[in-house]
Design a protein around this ligand. Sequence first.
Ligand SMILES: Cc1cc2nc3c(=O)[nH]c(=O)nc-3n(C[C@H](O)[C@H](O)[C@H](O)COP(=O)(O)O)c2cc1C
Length: 376
Amino acid sequence: MASSLFSPTNVGPVTLANRIVVSPMCQYSADDGCANDWHLMHLMQLAISGAGLVVLEATAIERQARITHGCLGLYSDANEAALARVLGAARRVAPPHTRWGIQLNHAGRKASAQRPWEGRAALGLREDPWPTEGPSAIAAGTHWHTPREMSLDDMTRVREGFVAATRRAVRLGFDVIEIHAAHGYLLHQFLSPLANQRTDPYGGSFENRMRFPLQVAMAVREALPPGVSLGLRITGSDWTPGGIEVAETIAFADALKARGVDYVCVTTGGVVNARIAVHPGYQVPFAAEVKASVKLHTRAVGMIVDARQAETIIATSQADTVALGRAFLDDPRWVWHAAQSLGDEESIVYPPQYERSKPGLWAGAQLARPGTANAS
Ligand SMILES: Cc1cc2nc3c(=O)[nH]c(=O)nc-3n(C[C@H](O)[C@H](O)[C@H](O)COP(=O)(O)O)c2cc1C
């Protein structure tokens, strides 16, 4: 019987061939926002993964919106041309059903940071730091830069930056635009009272705190042609007393749905340092609550690593799609292996050049992946 994981689904106007999404993952390897050969390699291997949707990493809407010096950007013609090269190459080798998304981001008070392998700390004076901005002049933690509180003009500039980056992404042919409103970056900072202490109409009540993120979402929506899907990555919990809890997440998702947003991806954490009990599928209950309450296309993410675990999430309607991050870095052929273990190999498109690696055609598969060799 065909699996739920490999059944098609619609995300707004876009049809996905299966429920598997490559989660956005910063590569911290760009040159002033420009994609290079690392991104080419990264996207080329994901291109033939068989995932229904590949979402490119958090991409800065302006130069100062980058998390690190290595973040991808869509704030210049050079950025756009560089991304056209790597995306074009990836599209040319991908199975035709593959859909492509890009996550647009402003890092807010978490900008001007070191790459993970440099320590993840705020950039020091000798590391070419830049001034950061946020809803309030509250640092993300000790030793972080204190951001400048954004004025209404700053907010207009940032909203227009999201729109300008969206227009570039549309020109590049992306099927899906994802706005990052989680992991403690700017739009999440506006949503969370842990980072937003404003006393104007953009702070205080949840209605006020979601005003700016909603304005950004609406401006991006208006810039999109009919065939492009719009989603947001949102937070299910700040894991901290006084922070966002799932009732507010549901209210936010409801407001997004009312404004024509096609999907949400529910993640958690990142606005402050919090203790999170991570275990397989630990964020799925937040997605399930949002999906059940709001009836909006919902993606789950976080420690989804096993094909049967992913199948159960979809089959039991806890989410409409699942995003995997590290599992794809570890195994870009995750989709093929999942199809094998679910006995659903007909659902995937092997590039003919690699067809001889199919378990049924290669006795060595038993040695490479014990337990899956006879699944086809
Ligand atoms: C190397 C790396 C980079 C990431 N970059 C982003 C990003 O650009 N945007 C984002 O929303 N999440 C980012 N994340 C989080 C992942 O998208 C995902 O939500 C998280 O890793 C949990 O999923 P997993 O357990 O399947 O890896 C990143 C994670 C990793 C490991």
